[in-house]
Write a new protein. Structure first.
Lengths: 344, 344
DNA sequence: ATCTGATCTGACAACGTTGTCAACATTCAG
DNA sequence: CTGAATGTTGACAACGTTGTCAGATCAGAT
């Protein structure tokens, strides 16, 4: 018999009470581990629970309980195809699970409208808090949500027109550092490949790139800048295009992990991977095993996730102190690709 | 003002009714898009909703609604550190989100006790369904859950002592195929590195390995078999050990992606990566960009996730047909590492 | 025997919503 | 002008649980 033809309804606290020969309230007390129930009765209730296969109904319980806390939080991830997001999600899920809090996750695909829809969906489910990597550029609509008790923490990208805790990464200075690294190895023609400019962090990384060039008195050649790359494939194509320039770059800064992967593919396919230097923002899976291994500015998704979860939970616990912004530092991991010197 | 000091309670349907000068039921009708409310009143209600920032309370709604469906499903993932699991999760989340169903995910870390705890936690939240990559070896405890209306789909590993839909991979024959590939390239000393034997799929893959050797009339040399490798690092160490044998293997079959990564590290560090052949089960991120690129039996996480979600949703929609097991085929991707021939 | 206080127990309303059903208003046929 | 049919509307109970509070029981003190 597969899907049992006769599903019977879940027993309720009332059924348990009837079987144990006591009242609703007493069963409730036992279920919630409250004191003030005699041992004898408590045993009787517990055995009735076992016999019926009763499961406490958290939905109903939350409805009645003061504050209406649901012990669940929502998570909005910017882009599922990015391993970084997945890693942050994992950490948060793990920490939440330790506290008996459920995490519902959804991904935005960089779509601002989806962001609002999903926030609404989570609000309807009455999540206690929200961890979001936003796609939109105006978060004032969250003011209402927060006033009604929802705690909100931003991750990776800052809130706009809205004051909230945020866990961010030092995109601009991190990038500057990476580009300086290339400059120090003798490069003067450095290309920048970046994600959509509509993404705040992508913009910051480009600014960090410009900062580094300016500090080195190198004019920014617009021909060497390719932005709005949506994925690896676009990055690959853009790289191929760069390489066919009359004066191709001798080094490339890739502003995001998926972009880095596209660049690596392009360099490989043109057999230039040992000639052209490459530094990428975000670590790349197996980056240490490639040839050359990839030099990157690595984010620390575990630290990011941990900070986000810690911050959210302390808000849930009633912390009312002013909002804070946490900057999680990036680490430069030099592995080879960034240390290639220009030919000649 | 950060966290607004005065949070006001969420408005209820009752507040909306009062403001619109109508009854609870009418507001409920408008909120649910039911027919039979005059345009004029409907407009009034909607404007009251906007004015108050009212959000429908799905928790309360589900409690009352027949069947008590929560439009949420739980997902138990076997091991968060595995990119395959993450990919399956993504696909499922995406499909669920299209249907307005929330996905709560938790990971088991291969811990059977955790499995039961998490199933209970999900049951208390009254999820409509469960998608699980199980860690335990006895799922009879789920009989009760299903009788009470929870639909359950197994993924990656089959249910035991319990009849349920399952979406699996052809581990045994896939492995046989991979090992035969090595045999065809002239290898006779082939090592097998595998995950914990307590994991069903790991056992099947080993059996597939044995099948291939037997068919080729090659005795299975226990010295060349290393199992119960918990992660990349264990796999790396085991490989180093294998290489130091008097008669080291000329080829390696890695029974899982994390194992494959460990093997690659070991081969690299001993500079044997161009001498010793390698075929891995599961695709490896960037596997095409390594040197040599890695030959693998790739699973299709998107197809797996899609099948699991489709199956679960059709059960949620009332499909009562006998349970089915779906086998998602693996694809062999030959990239180089598996085509290396033995020296001499 | 009565009282006090502590301990245990249960009746009842409430959480925010929706199903049921009856009441009312309007329209149209006869 | 009546009656039936149709379309709107709202009162009320119910979903499964917990907070409140009052009642019952009992040991020990008077």
């Amino acid at each position: 018999m597969p899907e049992a033809p006769h599903t019977r309804p879940r027993p309720t606290i009332r059924d348990v009470a009837a079987l144990a020969g006591t009242s609703l309230k007493t069963v409730s007390r036992v279920v919630n581990g409250e004191t003030g129930v005699s041992d004898e009765l408590s045993v009787r209730v517990r055995s009735a629970i076992d016999r019926l296969g009763y499961r406490h109904n958290l939905t109903a319980s939350n409805l009645r309980r003061s504050g209406g806390k649901t012990r669940s939080v929502g998570m909005l991830v910017s882009n599922v195809t990015n391993p970084l997001d997945a890693a942050v999600h994992r950490t948060i899920e793990e920490m939440a699970s330790q506290r008996g809090i459920a995490v519902m996750a959804s991904s935005l695909e960089e779509n601002p409208e989806r962001e609002r829809q999903l926030v609404e969906a989570f609000a309807e489910r009455r999540v206690d808090g929200l961890i979001m990597m936003p796609a939109s550029h105006d978060h004032s609509y969250l003011i209402e949500e927060r006033r009604m008790g929802m705690s909100i923490v931003f991750v990776d990208r800052p809130p706009a027109f809205f004051d909230a805790d945020a866990v961010l990464v030092d995109n601009r200075r991190g990038t500057t550092r990476g580009v300086r690294h290339l400059l120090m190895h003798g490069h003067r023609r450095i290309a920048f490949l970046g994600d959509r400019r509509s993404i705040v962090t992508a913009g910051e990384r480009f600014r960090g790139f410009a900062d580094a060039l300016e500090a080195a008195d190198i004019p920014l050649d617009p021909e060497l800048v390719r932005q709005d790359l949506l994925d690896s494939e676009h990055a690959r194509a853009a790289t191929i295009d760069l390489l066919s320039l009359e004066q191709p770059p001798t080094a490339i800064f890739a502003g995001q992990n998926l972009v880095t992967i596209g660049v690596v593919r392009a360099l490989r396919s043109t057999a230039k991977h040992h000639e052209i230097a490459l530094v990428g923002f975000d670590d790349v899976p197996m980056g240490d095993l490639l040839d050359p291994a990839i030099t990157v500015l690595a984010q620390d998704p575990t630290a990011i996730g941990r900070q986000a979860a810690t911050t959210l939970f302390s808000r849930l616990d009633g912390d009312r102190s002013p909002t804070q912004t946490y900057i999680i530092p990036t680490t430069m991991i030099t592995r080879g690709s960034g240390e290639i010197r220009p030919a000649g």
